[in-house]
Design a binder for this molecule. Structure first.
Ligand SMILES: [Zn+2]
Length: 72
């Protein structure tokens, strides 16, 4: 792994042997941000799909009510 601050090659450790900067935490944070954005956009699309399904069900129920009232 390379140190994000000084770029020195370091062995498997949490801190750079050259400058003492923390290594693993900053890299995982940089990787985690784009995946979180993908997950949130997927969740928004799922919510939109659920809302569309609910609208379809409401419209179907309204159509049934109109048909029943027309029969009366
Ligand atoms: Zn370093």
């Amino acid at each position: 792994m390379k140190c994000p601050k000084c770029g020195a090659e370091t062995e498997n450790g949490k801190f750079c042997l050259n400058c003492g900067a923390a290594i693993t935490t900053s890299q995982t944070a940089n990787i985690a941000t784009p995946t979180n954005n993908n997950i949130s956009s997927n969740q928004i699309q799922q919510q939109l799909d659920i809302q569309r399904e609910q609208l379809r069900i409401q419209q179907a129920q309204l159509n049934l009510q109109v048909q029943n009232e027309a029969k009366k």
